[in-house]
Write a protein that binds this ligand. Structure first.
Ligand code: TYD
Ligand code: MG
Length: 459
């Protein structure tokens, strides 16, 4: 039986149970329930404070003028943009990402840049010693920045220390290393992570300090532990990158003060992360002829158009069950596009392996990429290359129709800027400038154009 006020909290999913069990009934993880003592029974309200007259709600109207939240610019533009145009004082931001992707590097740079711009910044690490951080800063040429450094994991000491000074921006690296003496559970447990985040969010709101919490992510792309604090913070950013590629993408997952579809692109080098102002040029492999199986997708990431290359390989399968492997795109969507190509365009993939890769390590989630993936697959299956100067976009429906997508003018403009002269896309787009449109209404028409190499007159 549970002790009075004790609940058992799953360290994987955060679900609370009244009784201990070997397996969590919510997420089926084994040995993940840990006892957590609550000061009052679940659901009970805290004893009322203040007199009866003081309590109650003061309602307001929606009409009232509210000034836009002030923004602090850190000077790292890609970071500021993903935050919605700078960090908001008093807000809490969670930065998630795989270990080693560059979270500490990014935030050290953000701190240094903000400190150089006159903001009071603190960088508190529970993972590295001060000497290590200093060494890294020196390598990145940031040693002169007036950032206050500390290596500490005890939450109480951190909060006491922070209260003694005035700060604009505080970085805590990472939330999983923090440890609060008010709880028995070990550092990194859901209990500790939640308690520490709660305290720090409260500190941020009360003092008007922007607090950035680092959280490590597990392999299945879930922020382990920190997932349970996503609802507490104002913004959740995720820092992504494929191993072996220098590109890193900062993506907004949740943002109470801005749009969530913004991305910031960085390149990891010897001197830390460099901001990439023109991602398209970086993601496109512009040297040489485009081979069969490659199609350049004119995509939109946040507010910016980004051109990336889809690469497909369709090869005879050596085994009974053909392989389908995809990097940078959704495997469910690949299955759908393959099915449409088979059923509506007469291309057979039944006994062939299919590989699809988005070059540069970017992850594409737009439906507008359907036609680019289909074009790459058809191009590989038919062994006919797309023209060197052709971009592709369009949504493909199960019936085999090619549908218009959002912001086609921005896609065309970016393509024209990078020297593309043709578009394989949905019919009825207004061609911009000197870009010629190879418009299609059916996927079968697109496949036919690729097979017959009929692209119309070059503009
Ligand atoms: P780090 O910021 O420590 O990752 P995280 O905090 O997300 O765990 O980044 C570590 C990686 O970045 C490491 O593999 C080395 C690489 N790196 C560079 O390539 N150049 C640099 O200037 C720095 C500081 C790191
Ligand atoms: Mg780190």
């Amino acid at each position: 039986m549970a002790r009075d006020g004790a609940v058992y909290v799953c360290q994987v999913c955060g679900a609370a149970q009244a009784k201990w069990a070997g397996q969590c009934p919510a997420c089926n993880a084994w040995n993940s329930l840990v006892e957590e003592v609550q000061s009052r029974p679940p659901g009970a309200l805290a004893p009322a404070r203040g007199s009866k007259q003081q309590r109650g709600l003061a309602f307001e109207t929606l009409q009232q003028e509210t000034p836009a939240p002030p923004r602090l610019s850190t000077g790292v533009e890609e970071f500021d943009r993903v935050c919605g145009g700078g960090v908001v004082p008093g807000s809490a931001i969670l930065l998630g990402g795989d270990p080693g992707v560059g979270k500490s590097t990014l935030l050290l740079q953000v701190c240094a840049s903000a400190a150089n711009a006159g903001l009071a910044c603190a960088y508190i690490s529970g993972e590295e010693a001060v000497d290590q951080i200093r060494g890294r800063a020196a390598r990145m040429g940031l040693a002169a920045a007036p950032v206050k450094l500390a290596a500490e994991t005890a939450l109480r000491d951190i909060l006491e220390g922070l209260k003694k000074d005035r700060f604009d921006l505080v970085v805590i690296d990472s939330i999983q290393t923090l440890w609060s003496d008010a709880h028995e559970a070990g550092p990194g447990s859901v209990t500790q992570v939640r308690a520490a985040a709660g305290e720090l969010v409260r500190f941020a709101k009360k003092r008007g300090v922007a607090v950035v919490l680092v959280g490590h992510v597990t392999k299945d792309c879930q922020i382990a532990g920190p997932r349970v604090i996503e609802h507490m913070v104002d913004a959740v950013l995720s820092f992504e990158g494929e191993r072996g590629y220098p590109f890193r993408v900062l993506r907004g997952v949740k943002n109470r003060f801005g749009a969530t579809d913004e991305i910031g692109v960085f390149e990891m080098g010897d001197a830390g992360l460099a901001e990439v102002r023109n991602p398209s040029a970086l993601f496109l492999n512009s040297t040489g002829e485009r081979a069969a199986g490659a199609a350049v997708f004119a995509g939109i990431e946040g507010s910016r158009p980004v051109l990336v290359e889809f690469q497909a390989l369709v090869a005879p399968s050596a085994y009974g069950t053909p392989r389908r492997a995809v990097v940078g795109w959704d495997s469910g969507r690949l299955a759908m596009v393959l099915a449409v190509l088979e059923a509506r365009c007469g291309l057979g993939f039944g006994n062939r392996d299919v590989y699809l890769n988005v070059a540069g390590g970017l992850r594409i989630s737009e439906p507008a990429a359907d036609l680019a993936a289909a074009a790459a697959l058809a191009s590989s299956a038919l062994e006919e290359a797309l023209p060197q100067d052709c971009v592709v976009f369009g949504e493909v429906s199960l019936s085999g129709d090619v549908r218009p997508v959002s912001r086609m003018d921005s896609r065309l403009k970016e393509s024209a800027k990078l020297g593309f002269r043709r578009v394989l896309g949905p019919n009825g787009i207004e061609p911009a400038g000197d870009i010629a449109l190879a418009g299609v209404t059916r996927l079968a028409d697109a496949v036919k154009r690729i097979g017959e190499q009929s692209w119309g007159a070059k503009a």
